[in-house]
Design a protein around this ligand. Structure first.
Ligand SMILES: C[S@@+](CC[C@H](N)C(=O)[O-])C[C@H]1O[C@@H](n2cnc3c(N)ncnc32)[C@H](O)[C@@H]1O
Length: 307
C-alpha cells in the first residue's frame, strides 16, 4: 500500500498565504524557528522537532512524494512544532520568509550536481548565501553537510561578502538521514561539514508582490484567440486552451519563468454581462509577479485582436 500522508495540517500553502509568513500565527506560538532545506524523507526534521519541542521547525522540499512521507512521520510522531512547505527554497526565501526571522538553517546532503553544465542548479552560491544570511537572526547559523568534496569546496569558494564566519571540518556519520545511510552503505565514513555563523547582516529585502491588474475587454472570439509567447527577461509560454460555450468561459494554461520562480497556472476569460473579464483562474495559487502581469497583458492583446 502507498504511504499516504495522514494529515495535511502541517502543510503551509505559501503561495496562498499573506507574505512574509507569520511564524507566530502559523505555529500558534512564538519560538525560535529552524529551517531545513531539502528535507527528503523528513527523518532529521522529525528527529530535530522531537529533540527540541521548544523550537518551531520548518522544512522546505521540492518533491511532493517526499513531503507526503514527512507528513506521515510528523503525524505518527504526534508533533505540533513542525510545518512543511512544498517548493523551491530559493523563491520561498526571497518572497515568503521575512529578513532576520530564522534562528538556524540546515541543508543535509544537498544535490551536488557534479557535472559542470549542471552547476547552475547548485544551491548555496554567493548570492544564495547572502540571502540565507539576510533571513537569519543576529548570530544565527547555517549548517551544511555533504558527502561531496568538490561541491563542498565550491560552496567554500562562494563565501566572500556573505557576512558569515566559517567553520569547516570532516565528521563521521551522525544525522541518520536516508542519504547519509546511502553513502555509508557505499563505504564513505567521513563527510564534509560547514557551519556558517552570522557576523554581519546582508540587507536583502523581501521580494514583494506587485499590484496585479486584471482586465475587462469588450470583444473575444475563442476560435481566433492566440496569445503570443513572451521571450524576454521574463518567459511566458502559452499551452492549451479550453472553451465552455455554455458557461462562456475560456481557460488557457500558461507557464511563467522569471529569475528562480517558475509558475504554472490557468488564466480565465469569463463572460461578465456585456464584457469579458481576464484574470488568473481562482485556486491556482499564483504569486503576483511581473511575469504574471505580462501573461495577462498578452491574453488581453490576444482577446482584442481575436475580434
Ligand atoms: C540528496 S537529497 C537529500 C535528502 C535529505 N536531506 C537526506 O539527507 O536524506 C536532496 C533533497 O533536496 C531536495 N531539493 C533539491 N533542490 C531543492 C530546492 N531548490 N528546494 C528545496 N528542496 C530541494 C530534493 O528534492 C531532495 O529531496
Amino acid at each position: 500500500m502507498r504511504a499516504f500522508y495522514r494529515s495535511l495540517k502541517p502543510l503551509v500553502l505559501w503561495r496562498e498565504q499573506t507574505r512574509p509568513l507569520d511564524w507566530g500565527q502559523l505555529f500558534g506560538r512564538v519560538a525560535p524557528v529552524e529551517l531545513e532545506i531539502g528535507f527528503g524523507s523528513g527523518d532529521y526534521l522529525v528527529a530535530r522537532a522531537q529533540q527540541h519541542p521548544e523550537r518551531n521547525l520548518v522544512g522546505i522540499e521540492l518533491e511532493w512524494a517526499s513531503v507526503q512521507r514527512a507528513l506521515r512521520k510528523i503525524a505518527a510522531a504526534g508533533l505540533t512544532n513542525v510545518r512543511v512547505l512544498l517548493g523551491d527554497a530559493r523563491p520561498i526565501l526571497w518572497r515568503a520568509i521575512a529578513p532576520q526571522s530564522l534562528a538556524r538553517i540546515v541543508a543535509l546532503f544537498p544535490c551536488p550536481w557534479p557535472k559542470k553544465h549542471h552547476h547552475k542548479h547548485r544551491l548555496f552560491d554567493q548570492q544564495q548565501l547572502q540571502l540565507l544570511n539576510s533571513r537569519l537572526c543576529e548570530q544565527g547559523e547555517f549548517y551544511l553537510l555533504t558527502d561531496h568534496k568538490e561541491y563542498f569546496q565550491w560552496v567554500l569558494s562562494h563565501l566572500t561578502d556573505t557576512g558569515f564566519t566559517a567553520f569547516a571540518r570532516t565528521v563521521p556519520p551522525h544525522v541518520n538521514t536516508k542519504y547519509e545511510q546511502k553513502w555509508l552503505a557505499g563505504g564513505q565514513t567521513r563527510f564534509y561539514e560547514l557551519t556558517l555563523r552570522k557576523t554581519h547582516h546582508c540587507p536583502i529585502p523581501l521580494l514583494e508582490d506587485i499590484p496585479m491588474e486584471t482586465y475587462c475587454v469588450q470583444q473575444f472570439d475563442p476560435a481566433r484567440f492566440q496569445p503570443a509567447d513572451v521571450k524576454e527577461a521574463v518567459h511566458v509560454v502559452f499551452k492549451e486552451m479550453r472553451y465552455d460555450p455554455v458557461r462562456q468561459i475560456a481557460m488557457t494554461r500558461v507557464v511563467v519563468v522569471e529569475d528562480d520562480l517558475t509558475q504554472h497556472f490557468w488564466i480565465e476569460v469569463v463572460r461578465e454581462g456585456d464584457q469579458w473579464r481576464i484574470r488568473p483562474a481562482p485556486g491556482c495559487g499564483v504569486v503576483p509577479t511581473v511575469g504574471v502581469q505580462r501573461a495577462l497583458d498578452a491574453v488581453r492583446a490576444a482577446c482584442e485582436s481575436s475580434a
